[in-house]
Write a protein that binds this ligand. Structure first.
Ligand SMILES: [Zn+2]
Length: 480
């Protein structure tokens, strides 16, 4: 009888044993802490194109090699170089002081001086009142506080809407009030991203309020700045890839990715060093335990994400011939708050598959599938290629307030939840890569099916906000 049970359940039993040993080996945070200290404290902020970014590529490659996981670099071209140097800012006129500020990505370097015009929150009604003052002057835009992930999304929408409106009045530039308190500054992209030509800035909230109070008290102010930036044309960058080959379905690939690059006001800890070290640690432990998944698990540390997911886009171009066999591509990019589910990105079939696959890990039903398309990270080009794609959804924790900010540093990472998240992602990968049924045999969508996701979820505005709508419509990006 005992023998019979053994024959009936060996595969299930082995797989469960492997899952348990994988979870156990990932239950300590020591490796995560050590790796993240190296990446954030010793290498630091790592804008794509910088020396620190190159160091991080070398570091990640060595980490996979030390773990004895097959690893390689994928070279790809970035369209432009832009890294801010020591820019200077001054408010002058009837009052004088030096505000804290930073330029938004792709603000052209140079000297600028012009009147500062209060446009309130930048609504059409408020802009209408001051429209005659706007030509070749700086608009100062009031913002709401951003304390969480919803706040971040609202900030992107607000900034893109105001930018589009103010461009019509031919302003010299836009100064946005920082959405964070305590003089916190952060780097934001303008809505034309790499094609931006309009000077745009984030000014410390307290300093912007001082300007607004003064203007509203009848004072005339000018905004002066010298923008310094290292700029240039195309240059080469690298993704770091690693994989554990499948044992029986070797051509079928599960991709899991996190971006290696960051902005450099902080050290890119929650965005996205914490999830880089998560993936390195999963690969390390799978290898150390000698685990052989049925399908190939490919780990991708993307580069050039912050400028428009150039690394993951380049991957979908270079590995185009393998994409029919990509069974899933997942991104982990929303910090170290506890994972509470997954975005299934407009694919109901994936949502249903995930509910089945995850059921051994989700007995208490605490994980939820959210079927909306995420536009702002490295799942995007997989979505454009019709491949089932996921983004991990997290509790907000301290992600929103420190997002892209000087405060995104090692000390903000929650290692208790990062450790739990590492166990969960490893387990999901293991179950996905070993699935024996047709649960995960989801088809690669056609261009019209992909378009119907965008139509259903009305994503045009979001896609324009990240400058990716036109390339999709033109057929320059995504499935033909
Ligand atoms: Zn990120």
């Amino acid at each position: 009888m005992r023998y019979l049970i053994f024959i009936l359940f060996p595969l299930f039993g082995f797989s469960q044993d492997h899952l348990a040993s994988l979870q156990k080996s990932l239950s300590i945070s020591r490796h995560l802490e050590k790796d993240l200290q190296e990446l954030c404290d010793q290498i630091g902020g790592r804008v794509t194109g910088s020396k620190a970014n190159e160091k991080s590529v070398k570091w990640a490659f060595e980490k996979f090699k030390e773990a004895k996981v097959k690893t390689w670099k994928q070279e790809f071209e970035m369209p432009v170089m832009w890294m801010e140097g020591a820019s200077k800012f001054r408010v002058s006129g009837e009052i004088e002081f030096r505000p804290l500020a930073v330029a938004k990505y792709q603000t052209p370097p140079g000297n600028y001086i012009a009147d500062l015009v209060d446009v309130g929150s930048g609504s059409p009604e408020e802009v209408e009142i001051v429209k005659n003052k706007l030509y070749q002057n700086f608009a100062l835009v009031e913002t709401e506080m951003c304390l969480d992930i919803d706040g971040l999304f609202n900030e992107y929408v607000h900034a893109a809407t105001v930018e589009a409106l103010l461009r019509k009045y031919k302003v010299k530039g836009i100064v946005f009030m920082s959405s964070r308190p305590q003089k916190l500054l952060y780097r934001f992209i303008p809505s034309k991203v790499v094609e931006n030509d309009l000077p745009q800035f984030i000014m410390a909230r307290e300093d912007a309020k001082r300007c607004l109070r003064s203007i509203r008290a009848g004072k005339n102010l000018k905004f002066m700045t010298t923008v310094r930036a290292d700029i240039g044309g195309e240059f080469m960058s690298h993704n770091v890839l690693a994989e554990i080959k499948g044992s029986s379905k070797v051509d079928e690939v599960i991709v899991v990715g996190a971006h290696l690059d960051s902005w450099a006001l902080g050290t890119g800890a929650n965005d996205n060093g914490c999830n880089v070290v998560m993936l390195i640690n999963i690969a390390r432990q799978m290898q150390e335990l000698g685990l052989k998944p049925k399908r190939t698990i490919r780990f991708a540390l993307w580069n050039g994400e912050e400028q428009g997911y150039f690394g993951s886009w380049a991957y979908t171009k270079e590995y185009q011939s393998e994409l029919d066999n990509h069974k899933m591509a997942m991104s982990v990019d929303i910090g170290s708050g506890e994972i509470i589910g997954f975005f299934t990105n407009g694919r109901d079939d994936l949502k249903q598959a995930m509910e089945i696959i995850l059921s051994p890990l989700n007995q208490d039903k605490s994980l939820t599938m959210i079927d909306v398309p995420i536009i702002g990270t490295d799942n995007f080009d997989f979505m454009l290629e019709g491949i089932p794609n996921l983004v991990a959804a997290h509790r907000p924790a301290s992600y929103g307030i420190n997002y892209h900010a000087s405060s995104d540093t090692y000390d903000k990472v929650d290692f208790t939840s990062l450790t739990k998240n590492t166990q969960l992602i490893a387990s999901l990968l293991w179950l996905y890569a070993n699935d024996e049924t047709d649960n995960i045999d989801l088809h690669r969508q056609s261009r019209s099916e992909i378009q119907s996701i965008f139509d259903k979820h009305d994503t045009e505005f979001s896609m324009r906000m990240f400058n990716v709508w036109v390339p999709w419509i033109n057929g320059d990006r995504g499935r033909k």
